[in-house]
Write a protein that binds this ligand. Structure first.
Ligand code: GTP
Ligand code: ZN
Length: 217
């Protein structure tokens, strides 16, 4: 995954009108991105010069900086620092109900949901917030839920080399609710199990019991 220059406002304390944000990517200017939004507005039948829409391209581009900030992040970095004090802990560690916001790569429509992560450490234990940061770094990209699920599991396996890792994601896809087939209340559940989570039925069962996925809880 190529890593473009770091996004973000040069000085968060400046108001939007005076702070010229750095380019999200070197090869697409802020102006080009805003023009693309103007084109879509015109295409939809609007007049981008109308007062209420004057700042809309800038706002949309700012929103994109937030929603797609994950491309500038290397999720592996979050797992670099491990805790020596708990290095001997060898039971299941589970973080459940990690809320995320993403966008589907097919329609650029929001996917919102929760991720649940478990791992069986083998000497490397990380701060729990770092697992949530890994989720965000992958969620803030154009995604397919299956791919995101695997990316999170692979990242934890690659960096922490635990005895096993499991990732379960529950997602609601707005491309299915606000357009297309128009089905509300449909949840997609995906999972990726590696190591002992894949090979040992008891570890897998304990993890699934801990996260207790489903509408009943
Ligand atoms: N497997 C999977 N499918 C997804 C995900 N996000 C969106 N989709 C589906 O991707 C498919 C794209 O299908 P296409 O037929 O190319 O697109 P479309 O004509 O807009 O499809 P409809 O949504 O059925 O109107 C749709 O069935 C979406 O529901 C995802 O994360 N995983
Ligand atoms: Zn979609």
């Amino acid at each position: 995954m190529p890593t473009p220059p770091c996004p973000g406002r040069a000085d968060e304390s400046l108001p939007m009108s005076t702070a010229e944000p750095p380019p999200f990517r070197a090869d697409v200017s802020q102006q080009q991105a805003e023009d693309a939004v103007r084109t879509l507005l015109r295409w939809a039948g609007e007049d981008p010069a109308r007062e209420g829409l004057l700042d809309t391209p800038k706002r949309v581009v700012e929103a994109y900086r937030d929603w797609f900030s994950g491309y500038a992040l290397d999720p592996d970095d979050y797992l670099a620092r491990t805790f020596e004090e708990v290095a001997g802990y060898d039971e299941l560690i589970v973080l459940r109900d990690i809320e995320f916001e993403s966008h589907c790569e097919h329609h650029m429509a929001p996917i919102v949901g929760k991720a649940h992560i478990g791992y069986l450490p083998d000497g490397k234990v990380v701060g729990i917030s770092k697992l949530a940061r890994v989720v965000d770094a992958y969620a803030r990209r154009f995604q397919v839920q299956e791919k995101m699920t695997a990316q999170i599991a692979d990242c934890i396996q690659r960096v922490l080399n635990p005895r096993g890792v499991g990732v379960v994601i529950e997602g609601a896809h707005e491309c299915m609710t606000t357009r297309g087939v128009h089905k509300r209340g449909v949840g997609m559940i995906t999972s990726k199990m590696l190591g002992s989570f894949r090979e040992d039925a008891r570890t897998r069962a304990e993890f699934l019991q801990f996260i207790d996925v489903g509408p009943g809880r």
